[in-house]
Design a protein. Sequence first.
Length: 319
Amino acid sequence: MQKITSTYTQGDYVPGPDGLVHPSFFFQDMGRIGTDKPNLQNIPKREGLEYATAIRRCFVAPKGCVFLEFDYSGIEALLVGWLAGDGDYIRLAKLGVHTFVAARRAGIRVDLSLPDEQLRGLLGAAKKEAKRTGQYDKMKRVVHGCNYLLGARTMSLLFPEEFGSQREAQAEQDFYFGLFPKVGTWQDAVISEAERRHYLMTPFGDILWLWDVKHWSGKEQKKVNGRDAPRAVAFKPQCMASRVLKRSLLGLRHRAVDGTLRLPIHDALVFIVREEVVHELAAEVRAVMTAPIEQLGGLSVDVAGHWGPVWVEEEMEEI
Protein backbone atom coordinates (compact mmCIF):
# COMPACT_ATOMS: atom_id res chain seq x y z
CA MET A 1 0.00 0.00 0.00
CA GLN A 2 2.85 2.42 0.86
CA LYS A 3 4.51 1.77 -2.51
CA ILE A 4 1.21 2.39 -4.33
CA THR A 5 0.49 5.68 -2.55
CA SER A 6 4.06 6.93 -2.99
CA THR A 7 3.98 6.09 -6.71
CA TYR A 8 0.54 7.35 -7.69
CA THR A 9 -0.43 10.00 -5.13
CA GLN A 10 2.85 11.42 -3.81
CA GLY A 11 5.12 11.26 -6.84
CA ASP A 12 6.94 14.43 -7.85
CA TYR A 13 5.78 14.45 -11.48
CA VAL A 14 5.80 17.52 -13.70
CA PRO A 15 2.90 17.74 -16.20
CA GLY A 16 3.69 18.30 -19.87
CA PRO A 17 2.50 21.22 -22.02
CA ASP A 18 -0.90 19.54 -22.35
CA GLY A 19 -1.34 19.44 -18.57
CA LEU A 20 -0.93 15.64 -18.41
CA VAL A 21 1.81 13.55 -16.79
CA HIS A 22 3.72 11.51 -19.38
CA PRO A 23 5.80 8.45 -18.36
CA SER A 24 9.02 7.29 -19.98
CA PHE A 25 8.97 4.03 -21.97
CA PHE A 26 11.56 1.25 -22.11
CA PHE A 27 11.81 -2.44 -23.02
CA GLN A 28 11.72 -5.03 -20.24
CA ASP A 29 12.71 -8.69 -20.12
CA MET A 30 10.89 -10.82 -22.74
CA GLY A 31 10.44 -7.69 -24.90
CA ARG A 32 7.61 -6.18 -22.89
CA ILE A 33 7.11 -2.44 -22.79
CA GLY A 34 7.67 -0.82 -19.39
CA THR A 35 6.97 2.67 -18.09
CA ASP A 36 8.68 4.81 -15.49
CA LYS A 37 7.93 8.04 -13.61
CA PRO A 38 5.25 6.91 -13.05
CA ASN A 39 5.18 3.14 -13.53
CA LEU A 40 1.75 2.77 -15.14
CA GLN A 41 2.20 -0.97 -15.67
CA ASN A 42 1.60 -1.67 -11.98
CA ILE A 43 -1.59 0.31 -11.44
CA PRO A 44 -3.69 -1.90 -9.14
CA LYS A 45 -6.66 -3.46 -10.90
CA ARG A 46 -7.76 -6.52 -8.96
CA GLU A 47 -11.52 -6.57 -8.65
CA GLY A 48 -12.85 -6.19 -5.12
CA LEU A 49 -9.87 -4.25 -3.76
CA GLU A 50 -11.18 -0.88 -2.61
CA TYR A 51 -7.86 0.92 -2.83
CA ALA A 52 -7.34 -0.33 -6.42
CA THR A 53 -10.63 1.23 -7.51
CA ALA A 54 -9.81 4.44 -5.61
CA ILE A 55 -6.45 4.80 -7.37
CA ARG A 56 -7.99 4.20 -10.80
CA ARG A 57 -10.71 6.78 -10.16
CA CYS A 58 -7.92 9.36 -10.16
CA PHE A 59 -7.61 8.80 -13.91
CA VAL A 60 -10.34 10.95 -15.46
CA ALA A 61 -10.65 11.78 -19.16
CA PRO A 62 -10.76 15.48 -20.19
CA LYS A 63 -14.16 17.06 -20.58
CA GLY A 64 -16.01 15.71 -23.61
CA CYS A 65 -13.63 12.75 -23.87
CA VAL A 66 -13.61 9.16 -22.64
CA PHE A 67 -11.14 6.35 -22.08
CA LEU A 68 -11.22 3.49 -24.57
CA GLU A 69 -9.33 0.34 -23.59
CA PHE A 70 -8.88 -2.81 -25.64
CA ASP A 71 -7.31 -5.81 -23.95
CA TYR A 72 -6.11 -9.01 -25.62
CA SER A 73 -8.21 -11.80 -24.08
CA GLY A 74 -5.99 -14.46 -22.50
CA ILE A 75 -3.28 -13.97 -25.11
CA GLU A 76 -0.50 -15.77 -23.26
CA ALA A 77 -2.73 -18.78 -22.53
CA LEU A 78 -3.78 -18.76 -26.18
CA LEU A 79 -0.14 -18.79 -27.28
CA VAL A 80 0.65 -21.65 -24.89
CA GLY A 81 -2.11 -23.64 -26.60
CA TRP A 82 -0.78 -22.72 -30.04
CA LEU A 83 2.78 -23.69 -29.12
CA ALA A 84 1.54 -26.97 -27.59
CA GLY A 85 -0.50 -27.75 -30.70
CA ASP A 86 -3.65 -28.16 -28.61
CA GLY A 87 -6.71 -26.99 -30.52
CA ASP A 88 -9.04 -27.45 -27.55
CA TYR A 89 -6.77 -25.32 -25.38
CA ILE A 90 -6.70 -22.55 -28.00
CA ARG A 91 -10.49 -22.58 -28.12
CA LEU A 92 -10.80 -22.54 -24.33
CA ALA A 93 -8.26 -19.72 -24.05
CA LYS A 94 -10.63 -17.64 -26.18
CA LEU A 95 -13.75 -18.69 -24.29
CA GLY A 96 -12.41 -18.85 -20.72
CA VAL A 97 -9.79 -21.44 -19.76
CA HIS A 98 -9.70 -20.36 -16.09
CA THR A 99 -13.45 -20.89 -15.80
CA PHE A 100 -13.20 -24.26 -17.57
CA VAL A 101 -10.59 -25.48 -15.10
CA ALA A 102 -12.63 -24.16 -12.14
CA ALA A 103 -15.77 -25.85 -13.46
CA ARG A 104 -14.05 -29.18 -13.98
CA ARG A 105 -12.46 -28.94 -10.54
CA ALA A 106 -15.95 -28.44 -9.10
CA GLY A 107 -17.10 -31.60 -10.87
CA ILE A 108 -19.13 -29.80 -13.54
CA ARG A 109 -19.21 -31.57 -16.89
CA VAL A 110 -18.29 -29.28 -19.78
CA ASP A 111 -19.10 -30.64 -23.23
CA LEU A 112 -16.46 -29.37 -25.66
CA SER A 113 -18.54 -30.56 -28.61
CA LEU A 114 -20.95 -27.66 -28.01
CA PRO A 115 -20.83 -24.71 -30.45
CA ASP A 116 -18.84 -21.67 -29.26
CA GLU A 117 -21.88 -19.59 -28.32
CA GLN A 118 -23.40 -22.34 -26.18
CA LEU A 119 -20.08 -23.10 -24.55
CA ARG A 120 -19.48 -19.39 -23.89
CA GLY A 121 -22.85 -19.15 -22.18
CA LEU A 122 -22.19 -22.23 -20.06
CA LEU A 123 -18.78 -20.94 -19.00
CA GLY A 124 -20.22 -17.48 -18.32
CA ALA A 125 -22.66 -18.95 -15.82
CA ALA A 126 -19.94 -21.10 -14.27
CA LYS A 127 -17.65 -18.07 -13.94
CA LYS A 128 -20.13 -16.23 -11.70
CA GLU A 129 -20.31 -19.20 -9.35
CA ALA A 130 -16.53 -19.71 -9.41
CA LYS A 131 -15.97 -16.06 -8.52
CA ARG A 132 -18.48 -16.30 -5.68
CA THR A 133 -16.65 -19.25 -4.16
CA GLY A 134 -13.14 -17.92 -4.82
CA GLN A 135 -12.32 -20.79 -7.17
CA TYR A 136 -11.89 -18.53 -10.18
CA ASP A 137 -8.95 -16.61 -8.71
CA LYS A 138 -7.46 -19.86 -7.42
CA MET A 139 -7.61 -21.49 -10.85
CA LYS A 140 -6.08 -18.39 -12.44
CA ARG A 141 -3.10 -18.96 -10.15
CA VAL A 142 -3.01 -22.62 -11.16
CA VAL A 143 -3.16 -21.94 -14.90
CA HIS A 144 -0.54 -19.20 -14.79
CA GLY A 145 1.73 -21.12 -12.40
CA CYS A 146 1.59 -24.35 -14.40
CA ASN A 147 2.11 -22.60 -17.71
CA TYR A 148 5.27 -20.92 -16.41
CA LEU A 149 6.76 -23.81 -14.43
CA LEU A 150 6.04 -22.42 -10.98
CA GLY A 151 6.70 -25.24 -8.53
CA ALA A 152 4.08 -26.41 -6.05
CA ARG A 153 6.19 -25.31 -3.07
CA THR A 154 6.68 -21.83 -4.51
CA MET A 155 3.01 -21.57 -5.39
CA SER A 156 1.97 -22.46 -1.83
CA LEU A 157 4.41 -19.91 -0.38
CA LEU A 158 3.36 -17.10 -2.72
CA PHE A 159 -0.39 -17.70 -2.40
CA PRO A 160 -1.05 -19.22 1.04
CA GLU A 161 -4.68 -18.05 1.01
CA GLU A 162 -5.42 -20.14 -2.09
CA PHE A 163 -3.14 -23.11 -1.32
CA GLY A 164 -2.95 -24.25 2.28
CA SER A 165 0.02 -26.52 1.69
CA GLN A 166 2.51 -27.68 -0.90
CA ARG A 167 0.54 -30.91 -1.20
CA GLU A 168 -2.63 -29.00 -2.08
CA ALA A 169 -0.78 -26.93 -4.70
CA GLN A 170 0.71 -30.10 -6.18
CA ALA A 171 -2.74 -31.70 -6.40
CA GLU A 172 -4.06 -28.69 -8.31
CA GLN A 173 -1.11 -28.80 -10.70
CA ASP A 174 -1.56 -32.52 -11.29
CA PHE A 175 -5.24 -31.92 -12.03
CA TYR A 176 -4.39 -29.16 -14.53
CA PHE A 177 -1.83 -31.22 -16.44
CA GLY A 178 -4.29 -34.12 -16.41
CA LEU A 179 -6.73 -31.90 -18.30
CA PHE A 180 -4.08 -30.60 -20.72
CA PRO A 181 -1.28 -33.18 -21.15
CA LYS A 182 -0.12 -31.54 -24.39
CA VAL A 183 0.98 -28.47 -22.42
CA GLY A 184 3.23 -30.60 -20.21
CA THR A 185 4.62 -32.41 -23.26
CA TRP A 186 5.41 -29.07 -24.92
CA GLN A 187 7.16 -27.79 -21.80
CA ASP A 188 9.37 -30.88 -21.67
CA ALA A 189 10.24 -30.40 -25.35
CA VAL A 190 11.10 -26.72 -24.82
CA ILE A 191 13.40 -27.54 -21.91
CA SER A 192 15.13 -30.25 -23.93
CA GLU A 193 15.60 -27.88 -26.88
CA ALA A 194 16.96 -25.11 -24.66
CA GLU A 195 19.36 -27.50 -22.92
CA ARG A 196 20.66 -28.82 -26.25
CA ARG A 197 20.97 -25.49 -28.11
CA HIS A 198 21.39 -23.01 -25.21
CA TYR A 199 18.99 -20.64 -26.92
CA LEU A 200 15.39 -20.42 -28.10
CA MET A 201 13.89 -18.50 -30.99
CA THR A 202 10.30 -17.31 -31.50
CA PRO A 203 8.49 -17.30 -34.88
CA PHE A 204 9.20 -13.55 -34.92
CA GLY A 205 12.97 -14.12 -34.76
CA ASP A 206 13.54 -13.09 -31.13
CA ILE A 207 16.32 -15.05 -29.40
CA LEU A 208 16.94 -15.79 -25.73
CA TRP A 209 20.24 -17.34 -24.64
CA LEU A 210 20.05 -19.80 -21.77
CA TRP A 211 22.87 -21.48 -19.89
CA ASP A 212 21.52 -23.18 -16.77
CA VAL A 213 18.52 -25.05 -18.16
CA LYS A 214 19.45 -28.37 -16.53
CA HIS A 215 22.30 -29.38 -14.24
CA TRP A 216 23.44 -32.39 -12.27
CA SER A 217 22.13 -32.70 -8.71
CA GLY A 218 24.48 -34.58 -6.38
CA LYS A 219 21.67 -34.89 -3.86
CA GLU A 220 19.21 -36.47 -6.30
CA GLN A 221 21.84 -38.14 -8.47
CA LYS A 222 20.21 -36.99 -11.69
CA LYS A 223 19.77 -33.94 -13.88
CA VAL A 224 17.25 -31.41 -12.56
CA ASN A 225 15.83 -28.18 -13.90
CA GLY A 226 18.15 -25.22 -13.46
CA ARG A 227 17.46 -21.53 -12.94
CA ASP A 228 16.87 -20.96 -16.65
CA ALA A 229 14.22 -23.69 -17.07
CA PRO A 230 11.28 -21.43 -16.06
CA ARG A 231 12.66 -18.67 -18.31
CA ALA A 232 12.83 -21.15 -21.20
CA VAL A 233 9.17 -22.14 -20.75
CA ALA A 234 7.98 -18.54 -20.33
CA PHE A 235 10.03 -17.02 -23.14
CA LYS A 236 8.01 -17.87 -26.23
CA PRO A 237 4.46 -17.10 -25.00
CA GLN A 238 5.51 -13.92 -23.20
CA CYS A 239 7.78 -12.61 -25.92
CA MET A 240 5.29 -13.50 -28.66
CA ALA A 241 2.51 -11.72 -26.76
CA SER A 242 4.65 -8.59 -26.58
CA ARG A 243 5.31 -8.88 -30.32
CA VAL A 244 1.60 -9.11 -31.07
CA LEU A 245 0.97 -5.97 -28.99
CA LYS A 246 3.81 -4.11 -30.76
CA ARG A 247 2.34 -5.17 -34.09
CA SER A 248 -0.91 -3.47 -33.08
CA LEU A 249 0.98 -0.40 -31.90
CA LEU A 250 2.61 -0.10 -35.30
CA GLY A 251 -0.75 -0.57 -37.04
CA LEU A 252 -2.20 2.24 -34.93
CA ARG A 253 0.85 4.52 -34.83
CA HIS A 254 -1.10 7.33 -36.52
CA ARG A 255 -3.32 7.33 -33.43
CA ALA A 256 -0.25 7.99 -31.29
CA VAL A 257 0.71 10.87 -33.57
CA ASP A 258 -2.73 12.49 -33.27
CA GLY A 259 -2.68 12.05 -29.46
CA THR A 260 -5.46 9.47 -29.26
CA LEU A 261 -3.38 6.41 -28.36
CA ARG A 262 -2.01 7.10 -24.90
CA LEU A 263 -0.63 3.95 -23.33
CA PRO A 264 0.27 0.31 -23.90
CA ILE A 265 -0.24 -1.52 -20.60
CA HIS A 266 0.44 -5.25 -20.27
CA ASP A 267 -1.69 -6.77 -23.07
CA ALA A 268 -3.90 -3.71 -23.60
CA LEU A 269 -3.97 -0.38 -25.42
CA VAL A 270 -5.53 2.70 -23.83
CA PHE A 271 -6.92 5.65 -25.81
CA ILE A 272 -8.46 9.01 -24.92
CA VAL A 273 -11.02 10.00 -27.52
CA ARG A 274 -13.92 12.37 -27.95
CA GLU A 275 -17.10 10.58 -26.93
CA GLU A 276 -18.93 11.16 -30.21
CA VAL A 277 -16.34 9.14 -32.18
CA VAL A 278 -15.64 6.37 -29.65
CA HIS A 279 -17.54 3.70 -31.61
CA GLU A 280 -15.80 4.64 -34.85
CA LEU A 281 -12.37 4.37 -33.22
CA ALA A 282 -13.35 1.13 -31.48
CA ALA A 283 -14.13 -0.51 -34.82
CA GLU A 284 -10.75 0.57 -36.20
CA VAL A 285 -8.83 -0.64 -33.15
CA ARG A 286 -10.61 -4.00 -33.05
CA ALA A 287 -9.87 -4.62 -36.74
CA VAL A 288 -6.15 -3.94 -36.27
CA MET A 289 -5.75 -5.90 -33.04
CA THR A 290 -7.63 -9.00 -34.22
CA ALA A 291 -6.10 -9.19 -37.69
CA PRO A 292 -4.62 -12.63 -38.54
CA ILE A 293 -0.96 -12.96 -37.54
CA GLU A 294 1.14 -14.21 -40.45
CA GLN A 295 4.02 -15.49 -38.30
CA LEU A 296 1.55 -17.64 -36.32
CA GLY A 297 -0.12 -19.27 -39.30
CA GLY A 298 -3.01 -16.80 -39.43
CA LEU A 299 -3.92 -17.11 -35.75
CA SER A 300 -6.24 -14.34 -34.53
CA VAL A 301 -6.46 -13.14 -30.92
CA ASP A 302 -9.76 -11.80 -29.59
CA VAL A 303 -9.99 -8.52 -27.69
CA ALA A 304 -12.31 -7.12 -25.04
CA GLY A 305 -13.19 -3.41 -25.22
CA HIS A 306 -14.49 -0.97 -22.59
CA TRP A 307 -15.08 2.76 -22.56
CA GLY A 308 -16.04 5.43 -20.05
CA PRO A 309 -15.05 8.80 -18.52
CA VAL A 310 -13.15 7.18 -15.61
CA TRP A 311 -10.52 4.44 -15.95
CA VAL A 312 -12.27 1.83 -13.77
CA GLU A 313 -13.22 -1.26 -15.80
CA GLU A 314 -16.24 -2.25 -13.71
CA GLU A 315 -17.66 1.27 -14.22
CA MET A 316 -17.00 1.29 -17.97
CA GLU A 317 -19.29 0.02 -20.73
CA GLU A 318 -18.43 -2.89 -22.99
CA ILE A 319 -18.00 -2.02 -26.63
